[in-house]
Design a protein around this ligand. Structure first.
Ligand SMILES: Nc1ncnc2c1ncn2[C@@H]1O[C@H](COP(=O)(O)OP(=O)(O)OP(=O)(O)O)[C@@H](O)[C@H]1O
Length: 453
């Protein structure tokens, strides 16, 4: 297949965008992106989108003014919209200039995506970039996901960032550009071998290509296959995580469920579980897996940033100290019969209503028949000896009830209970009501709970 036809096929088969869409193409004026621009311009009309050319003048090279000017003129002559911006020298950092330039670039591209309601940003990363990237990841080590290298498509700016040239080698791009009589600018500032990518480009990749000229295609094939396999295993890991999760806030899991996972799967599931809270180190994943599979029924490990993983018998929770609910402001608060709500904790208010009309059920209310001597009711934090009456007879410690309801250790001492004037626990708020035998010698009330805004 001819060069342009291969490109047309990539665009048509991936359906990243269509004729009705607007795309932003990132053009540096190097040979890769000038070729990309020409390929987009030559797409068949029935698939060619509206093309906006985006260029950042980084002010890092002498020729950068000439480059920007050249591209502006090119766009004018080819009836293309040109969007250029300058990275002011005053804002260049002393170190990490490459990363800062990239941040500036993508911030600009993101703005254009929004301004033009664009479907995609298209960049000219190609097969040699891909091989270099994957070799660098291999050498540096890390997570398997990194070995997919440069993605063909990924979310960006409310649309997609797509790289349609990953199946092309740099040499092919140059010959196409020559055949098309394109003008381009080479970036001479980035050739030095003190940079790992340049050493790989100059010293490693040529030797590998000599061993097998199909290197680029083979590496891209591995990257595509790995992408597909990771999508499968990611879906499986997410399903495993959901299966062992018993509560979302604080994030709480089932120890036995975790232990039942096959050996090789426990560590990846733990990684995924912890990643729900942010980046996580392998050392923490290993320690957490060890804690949950070990003999000790209780224990905890610090995950940094005020986050702890706590194992407590059948359950484990990830507790972020900074997000723990504040201790209730009111430790012991009377609830009198009134339409007024009484604040009982940071997020809750309670009231006691006499002779409620409608019969309503729910974990936010409790109907109770009370004698005058049992009033006023009060709300306080749970105490170790608190117990409630069970329907089938006998009592149960509130501590035990909280374990059954998977209330994590760290927040158990903040659980509140409603107590009668006689000291009887009537309601473990929001969790379980004490059983009271039906009686006709008192008045009917309803305790109602509502979240504060
Ligand atoms: N100054 C620029 N203006 C517009 N687009 C650019 C500019 N520099 C780079 N690009 C776009 O980004 C692509 C990759 O460029 P390059 O390889 O120099 O960047 P990188 O830093 O290696 O990659 P990345 O952009 O993913 O960080 C280019 O092919 C081009 O599409």
């Amino acid at each position: 297949m001819k060069f342009q036809q291969r490109f047309d096929h990539v665009i048509q088969s991936n359906a990243w965008f269509s004729k009705k869409d607007t795309v932003i193409v990132a053009v540096s004026t190097g040979v890769d992106s000038m070729t990309l621009l020409r390929l987009l311009e030559r797409l068949p009309v029935d698939v060619r989108p509206r093309v906006i050319v985006a260029h950042v003048n980084h002010r890092l090279r002498q020729q950068s003014e000439a480059e920007a000017e050249y591209l502006r003129t090119y766009c004018h002559d080819h009836d293309l919209v040109f969007e250029g911006t300058v990275w002011p020298i005053e804002t260049h950092p002393k170190t990490g200039i490459e990363a800062a330039a990239r941040d500036f670039r993508y911030a600009f591209f993101g703005q254009l995506m929004r301004r033009y309601q664009a479907t995609a940003l298209v960049t000219a990363h190609h097969g040699d970039d891909q091989v270099e990237t994957i070799l660098m990841k291999l050498i540096r080590g890390g997570d398997l996901h990194q070995l997919v290298g440069i993605k063909r498509a990924q979310p960006f700016g409310g649309g997609l960032l797509v790289r349609p040239l990953l199946d092309y080698g740099k040499a092919e791009l140059i010959s196409f550009a020559r055949a098309q009589h394109l003008t381009w600018y080479d970036d001479d500032t980035n050739q030095a071998d003190d940079v790992l990518r340049n050493r790989i480009r100059h010293q490693v990749v040529p030797v590998l290509k000599q061993e097998n000229p199909q290197l680029l295609a083979h590496v891209q094939h591995y990257a595509d296959t790995l992408t597909a396999h990771l999508a499968l295993s990611d879906a499986q890991l997410s399903a495993d995580c959901r299966r062992i999760t018993v509560r979302r806030s604080p994030l709480t899991g089932d120890v036995r469920g975790f232990q039942r996972l096959p050996d090789g799967v426990q560590q990846p599931v733990m990684r995924r579980f912890l990643q729900a809270l942010g980046p996580v180190s392998e050392a923490h994943v290993t320690a957490a897996t060890g804690l949950l599979t070990g003999q000790r029924p209780q224990g905890e490990i610090a995950l940094g940033n005020h986050v702890r993983l706590v194992k407590s018998y059948d359950y484990f929770s990830v507790i972020n100290e900074t997000e723990l609910p504040e201790k209730p402001r009111v430790q012991n608060k009377n609830v009198v019969v009134s339409r007024q709500w009484v604040d009982i904790a940071k997020q809750w208010a309670i009231r006691l209503v006499a002779a409620p009309q409608a019969v309503m059920t729910g974990s936010d209310r409790m109907r109770v028949v009370l004698q005058p001597s049992e009033l006023p009711l009060s709300v306080r934090n749970v105490q170790p000896s608190d117990r409630i009456q069970l329907k089938q007879g006998g009592h149960k410690l509130v501590r035990r009830i909280m374990i059954d309801h998977k209330v994590p250790n760290a927040v158990r001492d903040q659980q509140q209970v409603v107590v009668s004037a006689a000291g009887e626990v009537l309601w473990v708020i929001g969790i379980q009501r004490s059983f009271r035998a039906p009686r006709s010698d008192g008045k009917t009330f309803e305790l109602q709970l509502k979240p504060l805004n």
